[in-house]
Design a protein around this ligand. Structure first.
Ligand SMILES: Cc1cc2nc3c(=O)[nH]c(=O)nc-3n(C[C@H](O)[C@H](O)[C@H](O)COP(=O)(O)O)c2cc1C
Length: 183
């Protein structure tokens, strides 16, 4: 099973990246290979609605091919004004439905505030449902993200590492079920 983990933050030292890395560990422990897709490493133009996405340039095509070849996705975003980052939404708009449709998606989101990132998770769920994906009921919201991870990216809060790893293992488990294999 191949999973692509999309980091929705462009920030160096991103906590959503740290959270995704921990979820990826869980997915690997359940037998998947995981490739991290860091949007900050890609030169992505703004989606302008053109019909031929192949004209957007090599990084859009690279992203498209990577996601198309995945069995499932893990997606993490910071909360920006109550929703996912513009960078992530733009990347999803550039991707379009075809590489995402029918795939299982596990979600996590991080926020500065005490209330966590439930709005971002709900918005991501809505967008992926619109793109024809199956969104896992299990999800992780990380409040007070700045204090939640050490400088090396390790989760500091009680239970957070397990919660994130479980998101990864559940993504593998349910993607296997969706593919008709053993749970
Ligand atoms: C433009 C912008 C908008 C933000 N809006 C919110 C918000 O609505 N609620 C919140 O709790 N944090 C908000 N934050 C804080 C980020 O969610 C927080 O810093 C998060 O940890 C960043 O994730 P990252 O470390 O993966 O980049 C905002 C940050 C930025 C830059």
């Amino acid at each position: 099973m191949k999973i692509v983990a999309i980091v929705g933050s462009l920030r160096a030292g991103s906590s959503s990246r740290s959270a995704l890395c921990k979820a990826a560990e869980g997915a690997r422990s359940a037998g998947a290979t995981v490739e991290l897709l860091d949007l900050r490493d890609l030169d992505l133009p703004l989606c302008d609605g053109r019909s031929d996405v192949s004209t957007y340039g090599p990084d859009v095509q690279r992203m498209h091919a990577l996601v198309l070849g995945a069995d499932a996705l893990l997606v993490g975003s910071p909360e920006y004004h109550g929703s996912m980052t513009g960078a992530l939404k733009n990347a999803l708009d550039l991707l379009g439905e075809a590489p995402v449709r029918g795939k299982l998606v596990g979600l996590l989101a991080v926020a500065r505030g005490d209330a966590g990132a439930m709005n971002t998770l709900n918005h991501l769920r809505h967008v992926f449902r619109w793109m024809g994906a199956w969104v896992l009921p299990t999800q992780v919201s990380v409040p007070r993200a700045k204090e939640a991870f050490a400088a090396d990216g390790q989760p500091l809060r009680d239970g957070l590492a397990d919660e994130l790893a479980a998101l990864g293992t559940e993504t593998v488990r349910y993607a296997g079920l969706l593919a008709g294999g053993q749970a």
